[in-house]
Design a protein around this ligand. Structure first.
Ligand code: HXC
Length: 258
């Protein structure tokens, strides 16, 4: 499918998806989110893809939802369209791992889009924020919920109430991002991480995603039980036999997703 607001490249079993609305700092409009959710669903189905990297430009991962597009809408318009709810839920249902590679601004819906990915690698130029308060609204696709679970109530309140931006170093200290790298190395680091994930058994990587995400949705007791059963279940796979045999034979494992 031909896309206008994103660019998709598949290389070494990694789908690299770049947001591409430079004129608006990759602001998320309906077209972009429709294309992105379609491209991610495609990548999820494509046997040649084992991991996904989502990125923007050097200046902006995404500066939020498109304010021009939203500004004149009524409550009924956004309620009826479930504005961005369907697309963000679809992104959340992707089973293959998604790494967000963030350089520059990740604001509002941009920060929320990064958080719906599985982890964030940030350039030292990254700036995160939930500035919706400055527009007379609040975050709408995770900025009061995912952010609070990731960085805690105090910082989430601070970000959402003041609208201030957090730099990459603070985001790493707060646990919003997994690593910070020099801007020039962002894509090589993110692609290397994705290729590393692509080498693993896909049954296991998908199970990791399910289990870690479960920890946000359930009690510790239920989550631990889910993890234990998932661990037990993987003993039914050929990849468990191969992974453990390869260790004992001091060779690289050849996983077949079986
Ligand atoms: C539409 C945007 C935009 C946005 C930037 N642009 N952000 N257009 N929606 N969110 C456009 C600008 O209008 C401008 O277009 C061009 O991109 C360059 O932006 P500048 O402001 O000139 O750049 P700069 O001075 O470097 O400032 C960068 C910035 C600023 C700090 C990121 O653009 C900014 O504050 N943007 C808005 C951030 C924001 O409030 N995000 C939250 C949106 S609400 P022109 O045509 O003038 O050159 C949201 C809700 C999510 O995300 C919930 C969804 C359900």
């Amino acid at each position: 499918m031909a896309y206008e607001t994103i660019i998709v490249d598949i290389e070494d079993e990694v789908a690299l998806i770049r947001l591409n609305r430079p004129e608006a700092l990759n602001a998320l409009n309906a077209q972009l989110l429709d294309e992105l959710s379609a491209a991610l669903a495609d990548a999820d189905r494509n046997d040649k893809v084992r991991c996904i990297v989502l990125t923007g430009s050097e200046k902006a991962f995404a500066a939020g939802a498109d304010i021009k597009e939203m500004s004149t809408k009524s409550y009924v318009d956004v309620y009826d369209a479930d504005l961005f709810g369907a697309q963000i839920d679809a992104i959340g249902r992707v089973r293959k791992p998604i790494i967000a590679a963030v350089s520059g601004y990740a604001l509002g819906g941009g920060c929320e889009l990064a958080m719906v990915c599985d982890f964030i690698i940030a350039a030292d130029t990254a700036k995160f924020g939930q500035p919706e308060i400055n527009l007379g609204v609040v975050a709408g696709i995770g900025g009061t919920q995912r952010l609070t679970r990731l960085i805690g109530k105090s910082k989430a309140m601070d970000m959402n109430l003041t609208g201030r931006f957090m730099d990459a170093a603070e985001a790493e200290r707060a646990g919003l991002v997994s690593r910070v790298v020099p801007a020039a190395k962002l894509m090589s680091e993110a692609m290397a991480a994705a290729r590393k994930i692509a080498e693993k058994s896909q049954i296991a990587t998908k199970t990791v995603k399910e289990a870690v995400n479960r920890s946000y949705e359930t009690t510790l007791r239920e989550g631990l039980l889910f993890e234990r059963r998932a661990f037990h279940a993987l003993f039914a796979t050929e990849d468990q036999k191969e992974g453990m045999a390869a260790f004992l034979e001091k060779r690289e494992a050849q996983f077949r997703d079986r």
